[in-house]
Design a protein. Structure first.
Length: 132
């Protein structure tokens, strides 16, 4: 049964890496670099004190395991993989398990976890070049 769990986890990691692959390409960096999230564009995020959050970095693919370990104490066992860093120690995560699989979530260490989009394309379509 340990072997089966390893295969399942490996497949999930491969699916997440494949889903995020466009962001690690040269064109993907331009999709994210210096872009902004307007919190009002996402249901439930208006409870956060900021109106805008700037995306700072795409976490390197080769560092995902280390980053997941770093955030595991904060995120708990909810099946999320942080892949973007933003202002104020905010991270953007992709769901890697169950109903959350493929969904995009915002995690703020002070305010908690918020769903943003059911998929990466929906999230990317709502990014802004500049705050108002």
């Amino acid at each position: 049964s340990d072997w089966i769990m390893l295969v399942i986890m490996t497949n999930k990691v491969l699916c997440i890496r494949q889903m995020l692959a466009p962001l690690w390409s040269d064109g993907g960096v331009s999709l994210i670099s210096g872009r902004w999230i307007r919190l009002d564009d996402f249901m439930g995020l208006s409870v956060l004190p900021d109106r805008w959050i700037k995306l700072l970095e795409i976490f390197p693919e080769e560092e995902l395991d280390v980053i997941c370990d770093r955030y595991s104490a904060l995120l708990g066992d909810v099946g999320l993989v942080p892949f973007l860093g933003a202002d104020g120690e905010v991270v953007i995560c992709v769901g890697s398990e169950g109903d959350a699989f493929g969904g995009i979530y915002l995690f703020d260490p002070d305010f908690g976890l918020f769903p943003m989009s059911t998929d990466l394309d929906g999230f990317l379509s709502k990014l802004h070049n500049n705050p108002d």
